[in-house]
Design a protein around this ligand. Structure first.
Ligand SMILES: Nc1nc2c(c(=O)[nH]1)N[C@H]1C(S)=C(S)[C@@H](COP(=O)(O)OP(=O)(O)OC[C@H]3O[C@@H](n4cnc5c(=O)[nH]c(N)nc54)[C@H](O)[C@@H]3O)O[C@H]1N2
Ligand SMILES: Nc1nc2c(c(=O)[nH]1)N[C@H]1C(S)=C(S)[C@@H](COP(=O)(O)OP(=O)(O)OC[C@H]3O[C@@H](n4cnc5c(=O)[nH]c(N)nc54)[C@H](O)[C@@H]3O)O[C@H]1N2
Ligand code: SF4
Ligand SMILES: [Mo]
Length: 906
């Protein structure tokens, strides 16, 4: 037993330790070393011995230590509200666990097992899933257990299963270094999988013949790196891939021998793509036919072709087809099962893979089994020592919220995900949460959108307090190790699930308590791993001792060996042993643009933020790259719509509206709009980006089309505006200021790099004077050091400062003093006269965005360096930018490309 609870206390008391674990963000699964001193995390660095990253970390991984909190920024105790109109109040953990068991037992006995639902997360550890899964299916007796992977990897799962027969990415990270052509589809790796992107940059530098093709409607940092960027119309990928296959057939680039020996179903697809000429695809995809021909040739002629793909394919009503159409290109050319080749779906969350292995989705059972199959159900029942498992199909994420909304599901248990921000069509999600009889939220950080809807809160331990395993994109299982003890009453997720399971068993099925008699996480893993025996992913001989002794391992793991690549022998886990071509044809997006909704809205990620920002908003350095939410539009559209940069626009879709500042972005095509996914109602007025998005889902994977909504944009017409800043702990200030967000037409509360939070407010009409004074009081500006109020016109301009440092400010009406004050707050010089600034008599400094957060180098400094004639190496030498994690290098290169070449001296 690797890490029993008793020993953990002892470990925490040791003075200094260096714990090997895994980064808790993306599916790259980078190994980290967590440095602990006196029970506190003092640093996190990359683990040189971990095969995923060999010591590298991205900006988020490097800032992990700054996100470790043991105070009110965390959920420290259980909370319960006795009635919906009552506030949440602290309760003892044991009492909370009893309440959870009572409510589950009550719903199950009154309405049957399907009256409860579990909505979990790809950020749980494999051990957490295993216990939840048993709790739902074996004890509660329902298949209503699904995860946010439904929003993320579900189309990849169904794409692999439909074509290759099993849910397994066949390639590995080393293939990045061995590929001759790399096709990146619907993935902004430069932001979302930065360490893999660094590996790709290095590979291309050492293999100049390597060709990189990027398929993305936007010209992202990833697209800027490509030899060929295809800015296709959103949703048109199937047409593009089918046209590439057409070209490969026409030009004799397919491997007829491979097709004949290892696949089935090709003739139907061959007939299908006959009419999908590059010219036909050009009409649907909006990219030149010759570029499609070029992409097909680079792919078809390459000794080794690798494709990397993520949400641009998955988050679509054609997500499964998009995945299949891309996998077809590999099967038709035999580009699979060889070094440098294969269709490689990059996973989003750190343990989306582990969830798929453990059966943590409604449509999966442990060990890649299928709940719709009687044989698979019987096998799992036998392995768990039960007579049978429930056979009613479980609700997938969106359907689960629909079932809550129409009253079929009474008790909903949410863990490690924030659906009140991340699910599409928030108005509907909020209505469901309001309708539920009882909502349990198991959460680690305070202040999330979903916590506001909880009837019962269970305090969860989080990284780096948890111990267990995760599986990364290349099927590699790594140990996550606890470095410190959880704060307050927080417990690891599996412990909370176990404790409720034992209590629930006592109420509805006492004999089943024995199913949950785990002493520690290694016992859970051992039981789970045994269930993979004889399956495609077989890791039944892996246990914590193997991982401790031999390091992270790739499944399948047989005879003491992991497996780097799958299907080298051309045998696939289908009934015939052959891979399958599917007859896929282009279908339109669920909604299309029209006169009322003329813009194509897509949503996605930023470099330094993680999802709904519960963790990343706690690290100051991560708020520097992009501080506030916006909508970006093409400059032409902005002119047409009369929207000035920085002005507020109202976005409207068929489902909801959202006000955001506008930003010009020529990397979009005219007619497109982009909003980052990160800011929700905990940070801003309204319901966040997903107020707008479409819940329409792929018919097979049930994954919603988060990448496409039809919207319109217009001037928000909010004449009254205000700005404020307050020094202090951002998390605490957010809690204090949260109620203010919903008193204005537009409002954001933003943790800022300098420390403290910034507020930006706007309304159609000026608020009453007493509202403004109340706001000033909240910001501790009742008795400011400098004030320039004009009560007659409703202006309030106040600054509190002392000994050369700024404490807080509030500006209404004329906001020109905002930038100089924020520059001062960020460590710049104090203004010569605050009074003159407030009166609008003098201009002041303007902040420059921090591009390199590792070394704190601003855009302005980099531009100055470029003007001075520095190349990238010169900038690295003189300014230090780009020498940390390297995530800012693509943006520095973009600045260099934009700037006029430095004069050459003869
Ligand atoms: N910094 C950061 N990294 C992360 C995360 C994070 O929150 N922050 N989250 C992690 C998770 S869970 C995930 S799932 C991954 C997601 O990683 P990615 O999928 O790379 O990220 P996204 O920005 O969601 O979307 C990728 C791209 O899809 C493009 N796209 C939109 N529509 C289409 C289309 O129809 N076709 C094609 N071909 N492309 C289209 C968008 O323009 C966008 O650039 O990132 C992981 N890594
Ligand atoms: N518009 C739009 N929406 C999207 C997407 C998009 O591209 N566009 N992408 C979708 C995708 S791919 C994904 S993966 C989802 C992600 O969406 P979510 O899963 O909702 O996002 P997170 O912010 O990662 O939520 C994780 C929550 O778990 C909490 N937490 C952290 N650690 C622990 C722990 O150890 N235990 C417990 N119990 N809680 C913990 C965090 O504080 C946080 O509140 O968003 C989806 N939504
Ligand atoms: S790429 Fe960055 S976020 Fe992803 S696992 Fe590595 S360090 Fe963490
Ligand atoms: Mo994701």
């Amino acid at each position: 037993m690797d890490m029993p609870m008793a020993r953990r206390i002892e470990i925490v008391n040791e003075a200094a330790r260096d714990v090997a674990s895994v980064c808790c963000y993306c599916g790259t699964g980078c190994g980290v070393r967590v440095q602990v001193r006196d029970g506190a995390v003092v640093g996190v660095r990359g683990d040189e011995s971990h095969p995923a990253n060999r010591g590298r970390l991205c900006s988020k991984g490097l800032a992990l230590a700054d996100t470790v909190r043991r105070d009110d920024a965390r959920v420290l105790s259980a909370q319960w509200r006795s009635a919906r109109d009552q506030p949440l109040e602290d309760v003892a953990l044991a009492q909370a666990l009893d309440i959870a068991a009572d409510r589950l037992a009550d719903a199950i006995t009154r309405h049957g097992p399907d009256a409860v639902g579990f909505y979990l997360s790809g950020q749980l550890l494999t051990e957490d899933y295993a216990v939840f899964n048993k709790l739902a299916r074996a004890l509660a007796g329902t298949n209503n257990i699904d995860t946010n992977s439904r929003l993320c990897m579900s189309s990849a799962v169904s794409g692999y299963k439909r074509t290759l027969g099993a849910d397994a990415p066949p390639a590995c990270y080393e293939d990045l270094e061995l590929a001759d052509t790399v096709l990146i589809a619907g993935s902004n790796m430069a932001y979302a999988h930065p360490v893999l992107f660094r590996r790709l940059e290095a590979a291309r530098a050492s293999r100049p013949h390597m060709k990189v093709i990027v398929i993305d409607p936007r010209r992202t940092d990833t697209a800027a790196f490509a030899d060929l960027h295809l800015p296709i119309a959103p949703g048109s990928d199937v047409a593009l891939f089918n046209a590439m296959l057409h070209v490969m057939l026409r030009e004799g680039l397919v491997d007829e021998d491979y097709i004949a020996r290892h696949t089935e179903g090709f003739e139907t697809l061959r007939a299908r793509v006959q009419t999908v000429t590059p010219e036909a695809a050009q009409r649907l995809c909006g990219v030149p036919a010759q570029d499609i021909v070029q992409a097909a040739r680079w792919f078809g002629q390459a000794p080794a072709a690798l494709s990397l793909y993520t949400m641009g394919l998955n988050q679509s009503v054609a997500g499964t087809d998009k995945n299949a159409a891309l996998i077809h290109l590999h099967l038709a050319t035999g580009q699979i099962g060889r070094p440098g080749a294969g269709p490689f779906s990059l996973t989003g969350q750190p343990n989306a893979m582990g969830g798929r292995e453990a059966g943590g989705m409604a449509t999966l059972l442990p060990g890649h089994r299928d709940p719709a199959s009687a044989t698979d159900r019987a096998e799992v029942a036998r392995l768990w020592g039960l007579k049978r498992l429930p056979d009613a199909p479980g609700a997938t994420a969106l359907d689960m919220f629909d079932a809550v909304l129409d009253g079929r599901i009474k008790v909903l248990w949410i863990a490690a995900t924030n659906p009140a921000q991340s699910l599409p069509d928030q108005a509907r999600v909020r209505a469901a949460l309001a309708r539920a009889e009882f909502v349990i939220v198991q959460e680690a950080f305070a202040g999330t959108e979903t916590l506001a809807h909880a009837d019962l809160v269970l305090p969860a331990a989080t990284w780096p307090e948890k111990s267990g395993t995760v599986t990364n994109s290349e099927r590699r299982i790594s140990r996550v190790r606890a470095a410190i003890a959880p704060p307050g009453d927080a417990q690891p997720d599996w412990r909370l699930a176990q404790a409720v399971a034992q209590r629930l068993a006592a109420r509805i099925a006492p004999a089943k308590a024995a199913l949950f008699a785990y002493r520690d996480e290694s016992e859970i893993f051992a039981e789970h791993a045994r269930m993979t025996a004889g399956r495609d992913l077989d890791y039944s001989t892996v246990d914590y001792a193997v991982l401790a002794q031999h390091g992270p391992q790739q499944w399948p793991y047989r005879a003491g060996q992991g497996t780097a690549r799958l299907y080298a022998d051309g045998v696939f886990p289908t009934t015939s042993g052959r891979a399958r071509f599917c007859d896929v044809a282009w279908r339109p997006t669920a909604e299309t643009v029209s006169g009322d909704f003329p813009l194509q809205l897509t949503t996605g990620r930023l470099r330094d933020h993680w999802h709904t920002m519960a963790r990343t908003s706690l690290a100051r350095v991560l708020t520097q790259h992009v501080e506030e939410p916006w909508v970006s539009l093409h400059p032409e559209d902005m002119r047409r719509l009369d929207l000035a940069p920085g002005s507020l626009a109202r976005l409207q879709s068929r489902r909801g509206a959202l006000v955001l500042p506008v930003q010009a972005d020529a990397s979009l095509l005219p007619g497109q709009a982009f909003v980052p996914m990160h800011w929700g109602s905990a940070f801003m007025a309204g319901l966040g980006v997903n107020a707008l998005t479409n819940p329409a889902a792929d018919p097979i994977s049930r994954q919603p089309e988060l990448k496409f909504s039809a919207v319109r944009a217009e001037r928000a017409g909010l004449a009254w505006q205000a700005a404020a800043w307050r020094q202090g702990d951002a998390a605490a200030l957010r809690t204090r200021l949260a109620p203010w967000l919903h008193r204005f037409d537009y409002a954001v509360v933003l943790p800022v790099g300098a420390g403290g939070v910034r507020l930006r407010l706007a309304s159609r009409v000026a608020p009453e004077a007493d509202v403004l004074h109340e706001l000033a009081d909240t910001l501790d500006l009742r008795r400011p050091d400098v004030a320039y109020d004009d009560p007659a016109r409703g202006y309030l301009r106040r600054v509190s400062a002392g000994q050369g440092t700024l404490h807080a400010f509030l500006l209404t009406g004329d906001l020109r003093a905002q930038e100089p004050l924020l520059a001062w707050a960020a460590g710049g010089e104090a203004p010569a006269s605050i009074a003159a600034l407030l009166m609008g008599r003098v201009a002041g400094a303007v902040r420059s965005r921090t591009l390199c957060v590792c070394n704190g180098v601003s855009e302005a400094a980099i531009l100055k360096g470029i003007e001075g004639g520095c190349d990238l190496a010169g900038l690295k030498d003189t300014l230090g930018c780009g020498t940390g994690c390297g995530s800012c290098v693509p943006e520095i290169q973009a600045l260099m490309a934009r700037a006029p070449a430095a004069p050459v001296l003869a």
